[in-house]
Design a binder for this molecule. Structure first.
Ligand code: BZD
Length: 825
């Protein structure tokens, strides 16, 4: 939006002269420097400060309007919010980008340079955390009363360095030099009890009363990050809790004498919010992680209750009308017994009343079917850290088992299967089951995933409570993932179809009629070329690799995991390389294969795959026989701000997970929105992308979910593919030599072993040939410039469904039942 349009906003935004003055004032008065001395970092901070005043005014008005209208609100509980950078996004959403850029230019500063000063807020691992960030953007844009609750990690996801091809993890320090966006709210500090023991008391009325005597108490300090909606009317908040030691000393426990030593645990309070766990899709089962989860849930619930009580006092009857809590995966599931504890032990409601409220408040989103990612906590660990919560979980389970018995009388097999408690050597608490039982709605994140949640993961729950399990397909915010990250394409689209698409992405469909238009094709592909040039510059600067912008930019960006199959991509690259060595005239369109991926630090094979990509890259990039037909680029430290540069420059989007394993994917949506063509399996949201763009505009390959199941059931034998397909054999054998790792034979052998000796769990070999065929089809399609341009335009045009505004609309209508709230001046 331009400055003129922004003028129509209620809180009269700054014009260029005022903006200039504000920046200079902050340089002088907040940063103690001046226009001559300031470096880019100071300019960045001063620019942030210049808009923060307006942001805070919007926040104040929003909070006032929500309070006076006594609005029902959604509370999005997530252990992760992967926000990335905020300056460009906030400027875009306030309609101030052009004003700011002009003001800075007159001060002799390039806005793009100072934007690079901002550290990413990397408080998340991957898709799940980024989804939370897109959702809060949409919630504010759609003027919905909402608050995000999470953890104020001191260190976000590790910074990745690549040394001699291998991943090294370095700490991320996103707020070492201060963060201009966050506001500390000491007036809203909460206290969180931990450890200790439970005392049972018998009240006069015969009511059993439980009293938890915690062994230690930690303090939760809230930091608020304003979340500016597009066009700047609603400003919601993301409230992140930082842990600190409490001034409070628990005399109760102290006086219990000997009990103290047995029960008091010495968690250093500050360590709770120190660092984000870097594991995606694996459950580590670490005590500190459970404490983190409880810490932020407890703080957040108390915060919600404080706000509710301010309006409604002790009358709990309206709580579930005012409050809905969305659990982003099971990480915040401990909030369920925590709310029950507060209602039963503190507010003294009877169990049924409390359960009636609680199960109207919570809804749960499932993001994975991978068994190793389903959270389970040892009952003994919960008992030690949260003794009262374990009792409550047992009580919930006891009552639930009675319900199961009604539906399936005396069926112990089904009881064992559905129980929150998994019996075995060590009793475990299944957080997924707790979440389904304690919520009124459960959703998967793409149609196919939600179908599998019902049929494979929770079929009995679906039978017990028909309609509770549902689907909300993920989405992405087009403000960040097109408007802000791809300004050239955005301007071209504005010119062609008008500028209201960022709030109504279905408007992009109007581009379809230009898909065959030669002039528009040229303009569209020229923008792509320019974006490729910018990325090529970045690649040269960071890796000293020269890439040809006329080559196909083929991009795979996502966490490194076997199920995402970066090694399938790698094997294909090796096969191409081999074809070129065997036949120097092998006809192919030059390709640049670009990767971005972090591996969980303890995930050995994932790190081996990163190493292999880098070693193969070294060899190919420096082999003159390749004649620049293939380049392989691994861009280190993949993160939101790097994605913003890679996505606009991509021609091909690699979405090649084993069918049935990727719940949704959201990178697939971002890339297609920016005109990249997907090569993908029928997995997650790829299925819905294919439906939208049509079979001619996507390259689908590989086994379907049904075929994957069938092959597994009939005994999948990867060696058959190895012996039957000479190219597979050749590339796998190549990994065993020292060709790519001179002097170190066997350095890449773990990949071969995983695919042959360890059974190729993700069926890489089964899909290899069909993947190669899809790649050949891509090569052919790219040669036909008009055809490719048409495909790219159609991909952009057909992404309307995948705006996170549509996801939020689905949540609102089907689950949250919220109404927008107009913000009064
Ligand atoms: O969630 C991802 C899924 O793998 C994607 O398919 C999906 O699109 C997104 C959003 O729904 N899951 C994650 O990103 N999961 C994690 O990052 C994670 C983090 C901690 C613990 C377990 C999983």
């Amino acid at each position: 939006m331009n400055a003129k349009a922004a003028k129509t906003q209620p809180s009269s935004p700054l014009d260029k002269a005022e903006f200039k003055a504000a920046i200079v004032k902050h340089l002088h008065c907040s940063l103690g420097t001046d226009e001559n001395k300031a470096n880019n970092h100071a300019w960045w901070k001063a620019t942030c400060a210049a808009i923060q005043a307006q942001v805070l005014e919007g926040l104040r008005k929003t909070q006032k309007s929500h309070y006076f209208n006594d609005t029902r609100a959604v509370h999005y509980f997530s252990a992760e919010f992967l926000m990335g950078r905020l300056l460009s996004n906030n400027l875009q959403n306030l309609g101030l980008f052009d004003v700011a850029s002009g003001a800075l230019k007159e001060l002799g500063v390039e806005i793009t340079d100072i934007m690079e000063e901002e550290p990413d807020m990397a408080l998340g691992n991957g898709g799940l955390g980024r989804l939370a960030a897109c959702f809060i953007d949409s919630l504010a844009t759609m003027e919905l009363p909402a608050i995000g609750y999470g953890i104020h990690y001191e260190h976000g996801l590790f910074r990745q360095e690549i040394k001699s091809g291998a991943q090294i993890e370095r700490p991320d320090s996103w707020r070492d030099y201060g963060n201009p966006w966050e506001i500390c709210r000491p007036e809203s500090i909460q206290e969180v009890p931990l450890f200790g023991y439970v005392e049972t008391k018998y009240g006069e009325s015969g009511r059993i009363q439980k009293e938890w005597h915690p062994g230690s108490i930690v303090k939760g300090i809230p930091w608020d990050i304003p979340v500016v909606g597009y066009e700047g009317k609603t400003v919601n908040v993301l409230r992140l809790w930082q842990s600190d030691s409490s001034d409070y000393f628990n005399w109760d426990v102290f006086n219990a004498g000997g009990y103290v030593d047995a029960q008091r645990e010495n968690v250093q309070a500050e360590t709770i919010s120190k660092v984000l766990y870097p594991n995606d899709e694996t459950e580590a089962g670490k005590e500190l992680r459970l404490i983190q989860q409880y810490f932020f849930c407890s703080c957040s619930l108390k915060d919600i209750i404080r706000r509710y009580k301010r309006a409604h006092g002790d009358d709990w009857s309206r709580f579930a009308d005012q409050v809905v809590i969305q659990l982003n995966d099971t990480h915040p599931a401990i909030a369920i017994p925590e709310l029950m504890r507060i209602l039963v032990d503190r507010a003294e409601l009877d169990w049924d009343q409390a359960w009636g409220i609680s199960t109207k408040v919570f809804a749960y989103t499932n993001h994975t079917l991978l068994p190793e990612a389903l959270e389970k906590w040892p009952a003994r660990m919960i008992e030690k850290i949260l003794p009262r919560h374990l009792e409550i979980i047992y009580e919930i389970n006891h009552r639930f088992m009675a319900e199961v018995d009604k539906k399936w009388p005396s069926d112990n097999r089904i009881k064992a299967k559905l129980s929150i408690i998994e019996e075995g050597n060590e009793k475990m608490v299944r957080m997924g089951h707790l979440s389904v039982i304690g919520s009124f709605a459960v959703n998967g994140v793409a149609e196919m995933h939600s179908r599998l949640v019902k049929s494979d993961l929770f079929p009995e729950f679906d039978a017990l409570w028909p309609g509770k399990l549902t689907n909300v397909t993920n989405g992405i915010t087009p403000r960040r993932w097109l408007k802000a990250c791809n300004p050239e394409l955005s301007k071209l689209i504005d010119k062609k179809i008008g500028s209201d698409w960022p709030k109504d992405l279905y408007k992009l469909e109007a581009l379809e009629k230009y898909a065959d238009n030669k002039t528009f094709q040229k303009q569209f592909m020229q923008v792509k070329l320019n974006n490729k040039q910018l990325l090529a510059d970045e690649i040269r600067e960071s890796l000293d690799i020269e890439v040809d912008v006329n080559a196909i930019f083929d991009v795979q960006i996502k966490r490194l995991h076997e199920y995402k199959r970066q090694h399938l991509n790698l094997l294909h690259i090796m096969a191409l390389y081999r074809r070129l060595l065997e036949n120097p005239d092998y006809d192919m369109v030059p390709r640049v294969f670009i990767f971005g991926a972090k591996a969980a630090p303890g995930y050995k094979l994932a790190k081996d795959i990163i190493y292999a990509i880098n070693k193969v890259a070294d060899k190919i990039n420096n082999d003159p026989r390749v004649n620049n037909k293939i380049k392989v680029v691994f861009l280190p430290n993949y993160r939101v701000s790097l994605a913003e540069k890679m996505i606009p420059a991509s021609d091909v989007s690699e979405q090649i997970s084993t069918a049935g394993k990727e719940a949704s994917g959201t990178g697939n949506m971002k890339l297609a929105l920016n005109g990249a063509i997907t090569v993908g399996t029928l997995d997650g949201a790829n299925v819905e992308i294919a439906e939208e763009v049509g079979d001619d505009n996507i390259f689908i390959f590989g086994l379907t979910v049904e075929e994957v199941h069938e092959l597994k059931d009939n005994g999948y034998k990867p060696y058959d593919y190895y012996y039957r397909d000479p190219e597979i054999k050749a590339v796998l054998d190549w990994l065993e030599t020292d060709y790519f790792t001179p002097g170190k034979p066997g350095a890449l052998v773990s990949i071969k072993q995983s695919l042959l000796d360890h059974g190729d769990q993700y069926m890489v070999l089964a899909d290899f040939r069909s993947y190669c065929d899809a790649q050949i089809a891509i090569d052919e399609a790219y040669r036909d410039k008009a055809r490719w341009a048409k495909m790219a335009i159609i991909n952009t045009a057909k992404m309307g469904k995948f705006t996170s505004d549509r996801s939020i609309k689905d949540y609102v209508e089907r689950i949250w039942k919220l109404s927008p709230c107009k913000i009064e001046n």
